[in-house]
Ligand binder design. Structure first.
Ligand SMILES: [Fe+2]
Length: 121
C-alpha cells in the first residue's frame, strides 16, 4: 500500500522513513576531476539498498540537475531495467555545484539525492 504523504513532497533521507529512504534515495557517483567544458561521468543508482523493478512496483525515471538547472531525464521500465544510469555531463562554468538526482517510484513518490562537486579550470 502506498504511503500517500510521500506523493505530496520531494522525499530525502532526512524526511522519508529510513527503511524506505534506503531503497529510494538516488546515490550519485562522479568519476575523476571535473574541469570546465570537459565531459565527466555521473552514475545515478537507486538507492543504497536495491529497489525492486516489478510490474507493480518500480522506478519510473531518474532526473539530474546542477542546482536548479535541468541536465537529463532517463525513463526506465519494470522488468527490463535496473534503476541505475550512467550519464556523460559537461558543465561550462567553474565553481562549486550541487548535483541533484531525482527518482520516482510508482508506489513511493519522488526522492532526491545530492552530491557536492567543484568544477575547476
Ligand atoms: Fe518503491
Amino acid at each position: 500500500m502506498a504511503e500517500t504523504s510521500l506523493f505530496c513532497q520531494i522525499n530525502t533521507s532526512a524526511t522519508g522513513p529510513a527503511e524506505t529512504a534506503k531503497k529510494h534515495v538516488p546515490v550519485i557517483t562522479v568519476s575523476g576531476v571535473i574541469k570546465v567544458g570537459q565531459p565527466f561521468v555521473v552514475t545515478i543508482k537507486v538507492g543504497e539498498a536495491p529497489h525492486v523493478m516489478e510490474s507493480g512496483h518500480f522506478i519510473q525515471f531518474m532526473d539530474l540537475y546542477s542546482g536548479h538547472i535541468y541536465i537529463s531525464r532517463v525513463d526506465i521500465t519494470a522488468e527490463l531495467n535496473k534503476p541505475e544510469v550512467t550519464l556523460t555531463v559537461v558543465l561550462p562554468h567553474e565553481g562549486k555545484r550541487t548535483l541533484r538526482a531525482f527518482s520516482r517510484c510508482n508506489l513511493h513518490g519522488i526522492w532526491e539525492g545530492t552530491k557536492e562537486i567543484n568544477v575547476t579550470q
